[in-house]
Design a protein around this ligand. Structure first.
Ligand code: ADP
Ligand code: 5GP
Length: 212
């Protein structure tokens, strides 16, 4: 049986650079799949349906929740965001690694329902830099920027729920850290139980205790 893919959950405050870092990571790792979320947020200039998000109206999104189509969902600054379940499970079952770029509320739900992911928190070097980035991006109104920054201070309190923290000072550095995390996770014994068979006459890792 093929080893299940790794679920890589990336969160962090809005403006930390999650999107930028994930894009750079994916450019170097075509074998890793990005889960495209559904949202009720309006598209930003240049965003495309099915590439950045699946853009939904409020009622359609609530129907997706009711029909159990989402792996997790959350309300973030007045809009719904959620991860379509089918794509993620399909890819993981095919042995492909999948990245979820989601907020903290969503990440905590995934941790509950799918404990085996790797949970990475991306932070900017400082709160001042976060402000500079979110304002510099120029995609939100001042009112929304303020709400997102207010959220950021609370979100940082959830850092200890994560497995790893990556400071996004330079995009290239952040990508290298994520590469190292993914490599280390893939070397974990619990993810390599099949290897045991090659050295023990076909006996599986889980058979060992009964055979002793
Ligand atoms: P998020 O997805 O976390 O909301 P973005 O990826 O949209 O954040 O990045 C927010 C802004 O910060 C963007 O304008 C982006 O170009 C910029 N940015 C991202 N990473 C860095 C970095 N390492 N150094 C400087 N600016 C960055
Ligand atoms: P943005 O509006 O800047 O694209 O995203 C706002 C926040 O929603 C970000 O923190 C982003 O990671 C998060 N987000 C994007 N997709 C999802 C999702 O499917 N689920 C959850 N819970 N959060 C998401």
């Amino acid at each position: 049986m093929k080893q299940q893919g790794l679920l890589i959950v990336i969160s962090g405050p809005s403006g930390a650079g999650k999107g930028t870092v994930c894009k750079a990571f994916l450019e170097r790792h075509h074998e890793v799949m990005l889960s495209i979320s559904a949202t009720t947020r309006l598209p930003r200039k240049g965003e495309k349906e099915g590439v950045n998000y699946f853009f939904k109206d409020h009622d359609t999104f609530e129907n997706m929740i009711k029909n159990g189509e989402l792996l997790e969902y959350a309300k973030f600054v007045d809009n719904y965001y959620g991860t379509p379940k089918h794509f993620v499970y399909e890819q993981l079952n095919m042995g492909r690694d999948v990245i979820l770029e989601i907020d903290i509320q969503g990440a905590l739900q995934v941790k509950e329902s799918f404990g085996d992911g790797v949970f990475i928190f991306i932070l900017p070097p400082s709160m001042e830099e976060l402000k500079r980035r979110i304002i510099g991006r120029g995609t939100e109104t001042l009112d929304v920027i303020e709400k997102r920054l207010e959220n950021a201070s609370k979100e940082i309190g959830f850092l200890d729920k994560y497995d790893y923290v990556v400071i996004n000072d330079e995009v290239g550095n952040a990508v290298s850290y994520i590469e190292s995390i993914v490599t280390a996770e893939k070397c974990k014994v619990k993810r390599n139980k099949d290897i045991y068979k090659n050295f023990s006459g076909g006996m599986s890792y889980d058979d060992r205790s009964t055979a002793q």
